[in-house]
Design a protein around this ligand. Structure first.
Ligand code: SF4
Length: 256
């Protein structure tokens, strides 16, 4: 009974905070307040450290959302995740890996077989060619094992730096770069960590200002934040743990 009361009270408080926030937002447009924090260098070590700290506390121990049991499965899942949700990829991969459990098996698969299994992830013809081609390179050039350097992993068809960083970082724990997907791109720009729009340039900017030992976790945290709070349309700033640090013109509510 007591527990129920606490939950209800917490829910009520949140609703009240949200209502207050919306009321303030009506009278104080975010754009009018943007100037308040705009004199601070957005990439200063202190500000970057504060952002990293808030992200780590909000998303402790967060990991890649693509289901996988080994480096090869993660490589395939990441290739399939282009222009597709991780949820959709996770629905498709169990049957795919059951039918073709190893790079050798997938290298021998026909394109129509692969296309049928991955059809719902979109762009399935190109993706089927990529995963079949990647399987063949892994078998023929790397003895059936996913390579562990960016230079080598980029030899796999369908693998660009984003996929390379996902596999090297999430499976091998090798930080050679920062994963820049649509969420990391959008949030890095909103948080003024970069002004760039090309993924390679965004990654280069992030590598300059983030400590290397946070490269892997940072992208996981930002991806979760981008999915749950800092969504593309109408970011939920009133619920955002980075709000005090954010001066984005996209804000829907501001406290400063
Ligand atoms: S305050 Fe709003 S725009 Fe800024 S990071 Fe949070 S959700 Fe995104």
């Amino acid at each position: 009974m007591a527990k129920t009361t606490v939950v209800r009270t917490a829910a009520k408080s949140k609703a009240v905070v949200g209502a207050k926030a919306r009321a303030i937002a009506k009278t104080e447009p975010a754009s009018a307040k943007k100037k308040a924090g705009s004199t601070v260098n957005p990439t200063s070590p202190e500000r970057v450290a504060a952002i990293l700290d808030a992200l780590q506390k909000t998303y402790p121990g967060v990991v890649c959302a693509l289901n996988h049991k080994n480096a090869w499965e993660l490589t395939v899942a990441t290739i399939l995740s282009a222009q597709c949700t991780d949820v959709r990829v996770n629905l498709v991969t169990p049957a795919l890996f059951k039918a073709f459990p190893t790079p050798k098996a997938m290298a021998a698969a026909s394109l129509p077989e692969l296309e049928e299994l991955i059809r719902t992830t979109g762009f399935f013809r190109n993706k089927a060619k990529s995963i079949q081609g990647a399987a063949r390179v892994v078998v023929e050039e790397f003895g059936g094992k996913v390579p562990q350097t960016m230079e080598e992993i980029l030899m796999l068809p369908g693998v660009a730096r984003k996929t390379g960083n996902v596999v090297l970082g999430s499976w091998f724990n090798i930080a050679v770069g920062v994963v820049v997907d649509t969420h990391v791109m959008r949030l890095s720009r909103r948080l003024e960590l970069t002004k760039e729009t090309a993924p390679e340039k965004v990654e280069r900017d992030l590598m300059k200002i983030l400590p290397q030992d946070r490269w892997i976790a940072f992208s996981h945290e930002l991806i979760h934040h981008g999915r749950q709070v800092c969504v593309a349309r109408k970011p939920r700033c009133v619920d955002c743990t980075l709000e005090r640090l954010c001066n984005s013109s996209d804000k829907t509510w501001t406290s400063h």
